[in-house]
Design a protein around this ligand. Sequence first.
Ligand code: FAD
Length: 469
Amino acid sequence: SRQLVWLRNDLRIHDNTALAAAAAKGPVIAVFLRTVPQWQAHGHGINKIDFWARGVAAVKESLDGLNITLLHRDIDHFGEAPATLLDIAREHHIDQLHFNVEYPLNEQRRDHAVINAFKQAEIPAHGYHDGVAFAPGTLLTGKGDYYGVFTPFSNAWHKHITPEQLALRDTPDVQSPLAINSDPLPALPSFDESPVDKQQWPAGEQAAGDRLERFLRFRGRHYNAQRDFPKVRGTSELSPYLALGMISPRQCFQAVMGENDGHLADGDKGLTTWVSELIWREFYQHVAVGFPQVCRHQPFQAHTQQLAWRDDHDGFQAWCEGRTGYPLVDAAMRQLVTTGWMHNRLRMVTAMFLSKHLLIDWRWGEAFFLRHLVDGEFCANNGGWQWAASTGTDAAPYFRIFNPTTQSTRFDPDGEFIAHWLPELAALPAKARHAPPRDMLTKLDYPAPIVDHKAARQRALEAFKALSN
Ligand code: FAD
């Protein structure tokens, strides 16, 4: 009895719930539906799409090793998924369909449509919860609501987690070859922009596993102390791999437990803090299901919908191009555009700068990030932006507005990160890099701050105060 596995954001053969379940039932055929126009409509740019394509090529190689055929189809939008999959199921006499579910609203709708179409065709279709330890809706507050605050969510996660939830799923055995050839993988359509350096983000589960191992061996125990300093590279840089499922959270948890006497919540502070970041990731996936307004471009906190954002296109352009006159903000934006990735501390700093100092709608920034990030992922990106803009879960209280210069002296004390991304400031003494002297700006060819911190802060406070709760 032939099984069809529909791969999406789970581009791996190890610890893949849907793949393991399918392989337990019979010979497997896999399929990938490349949906470039839909991904673009969702705001993803070339960096992520290119990484996606390279991830499919990598998983194809792994599937080849198991004699699992990979079919590849190009479709324009999610609406075409049910018919495309049904055609394949009929052509190849498939008994059952298996896939790992995704949680943003449009993906859920697509999956429901597929399940319904298969029901009508009387072919069982199974969706599995794979990228989270708890299926959304199974970890709720005492009142039976979804958590809207991280710490109680995380406490409940640790309290209820079981070894079964963390156990790695079986890797399929090599199967007897089927008489169906894999499809060649077509080149990507051409884009206006080119992707960032591919060497920086080698795709596939081997690369992801190597990264995890290196991180845990050399940096995991220092994570707590180093994770806020962008120049140190103290974090795992696994986000693109987690976003496309080239590695699973279970593999990460298991690796931590291997280093930490079997614990996730106790023991080494660096490792347990890192675990808590993985739980943040899961939290935002639950939020997307429990509070679907966030998937409709709406704030988590409804009253902030009325906020009087400024329609400041010049300010936005300066932010995008790293020309705000605040060196840490500008260095971070250049890191994003050049590498497709930005350090978490700087995502917070730049997002807060846009939404508070410039009082520009966080949705503009959310979209810009998504267009450039190689790890662009709706739930984490939306959650992070709404946090920074004080419209979301756990939102930073609106009156706590990072001072970008203070952030710079705290987290890039020697101005090394700034000097790397803003070579025009590298000749300045370290201390001066955080706020270059005004009389040197012309010579340095660096802009003056586009807003004054104090005045901008006041403007943001007033805009938030004007909201009725
Ligand atoms: P590590 O510190 O090594 O953390 C391990 C993993 O935990 C990450 O790979 C990621 O999967 C997860 N994680 C860590 N922090 C968070 C968080 N705050 N929220 C959710 N998951 C987290 N992360 C994305 O994966 N995609 C995004 O599109 C994204 N957009 C963001 C936008 C803003 C405005 C902010 C403030 C944060 C955003 N994040 C996003 C979260 C976080 O910044 C990145 O996950 C992190 O910087 C990735 O680097 P890392 O892999 O070295 O993380």
